[in-house]
Ligand binder design. Structure first.
Ligand code: IPM
Ligand code: MG
Length: 353
């Protein structure tokens, strides 16, 4: 296979983890006889500094050229506490999602047995938890009509039937491949938009008789996720609820630095860690590269390269078992490894196994 990859390292720790993701990608492609070609592009704060635009046209064109985008992180504290800033790095991410039509954000929540003790939740509650949140990514409040006045401001949570149907179809496709349980998370007791979600989902449920479809209010879902995370298999929800719930999901497993995600839709799919740019750690070689490396596994699997994806996952598991870990997940009393060292260990493992 010939793969063209747009690499968008972005800000903060982005470039450091990006480099490890690219090395892993190259090692897998070499091992399995695939050709891979990279093109680097600017986004986020770096792009604002250099071009004034957090997602410049040239970056968009590079994304269109590519079969997949390997994205790292955007965000810079220079913009965070300045409500008057006209452009922000995060707008680059939103522009990318919108322009590439990436309406489905797939965020798996998996536990790693050797890291269960790091979870703020009791081990017996989370052991075996394994679900995937499918977050709608190009609609809702993020992109609805907005007004920002001095005395009144609003964001509109608008959804069309077509937008709801297409994200639910993605959810059902996942449910059919998994434990055949789909939970639609909404706020239908209060929001009109949620009532449309529920109506459309009820109509669609009959087309998927093998899947158990149930409905849960988002406040209840937030609670259930920490009381009984094993309840969930596939969760489908709107943009804002998905943003909030996936942060919650990422900490229950005790390993925020380990969770990858995929955003797919109309144009080039994007693969990225769910964590942010962690500006304080920039340049220190301490960031965990595993979420980025596991994003490479998701990328490969997206193109049907299942064995290749497995080679990456096996190498990641081996590194955890061998205690080759960045500081935040180090074996108590054991050595710690840097971003580059963990990446190099994994790349080496892939080459040798
Ligand atoms: C995410 C992030 C983004 C979002 C921010 C950076 C705009 O939190 O990908 O979850 O809110 O979607
Ligand atoms: Mg978020």
């Amino acid at each position: 296979m010939n793969l063209k990859i747009a690499v968008l390292p972005g800000d903060g720790i982005g470039p450091e983890i990006s480099a490890q993701g690219v090395d892993v990608m190259s090692a897998v492609c070499e091992k399995f006889g695939h050709d891979v070609e990279y093109s680097y592009a600017l986004c986020g704060a770096e792009a604002i500094d250099k071009t004034g635009d957090p997602f410049p046209d040239e970056t968009y064109r590079t994304c269109l050229w590519a079969d997949a985008v390997l994205f790292s992180a955007v965000g810079d504290p220079r913009f965070d506490n300045d409500p008057t800033a006209k452009v922000r790095p995060e707008q680059g991410l939103l522009a990318m999602r919108k322009k590439l039509g990436l309406f489905a954000n797939i965020r798996p929540v998996e536990t790693f047995s050797c890291l269960l003790h790091m979870s703020p939740l009791r081990k017996d509650l989370i052991e075996g938890a394994d679900f995937v949140c499918i977050r709608e990514l190009t609609g809702g409040m993020y992109f609805g009509e907005k007004h920002e006045g001095d005395d009144r401001a609003y964001d509109t949570n608008a959804y069309t039937r077509a937008e709801i149907e297409r994200i639910l179809r993605v959810g059902y496709a996942y449910a059919l491949r998994r434990r055949k349980h789909l939970t639609v998370v909404d706020k239908a007791n209060v929001l009109a938009s949620s009532r449309l979600w529920r109506k459309v989902a009820k109509e669609m449920a009959s087309q998927y008789p093998d899947v158990t479809t149930d409905f849960m209010y988002v406040d209840n879902a937030a609670m259930r996720m920490i009381q009984d995370p094993r309840f969930f298999d596939v969760m489908v929800t709107e943009n804002t609820f998905g943003d909030i719930l996936t942060d919650e999901g990422s900490v229950i497993t005790g390993s925020m630095g380990l969770l990858p995600s995929a955003s797919t839709g109309e144009k080039t799919p994007v693969f990225e860690p769910i964590h942010g740019s962690w500006p304080q750690a920039k340049g220190q070689n301490i960031a965990n590269p595993l979420a980025q490396i596991l994003s490479v596994a998701m990328l490969l699997e997206h193109f049907g390269l299942i064995e290749e994806g497995k080679a990456v996952r096996d190498a990641v598991n081996a590194s955890l078992d061998a205690g080759v870990r960045t500081p935040e997940i180090q074996v108590p009393g054991g050595p710690t490894y840097g971003t580059r060292e963990v990446g190099a260990w994994i790349t080496d493992y892939i080459r040798k196994h």
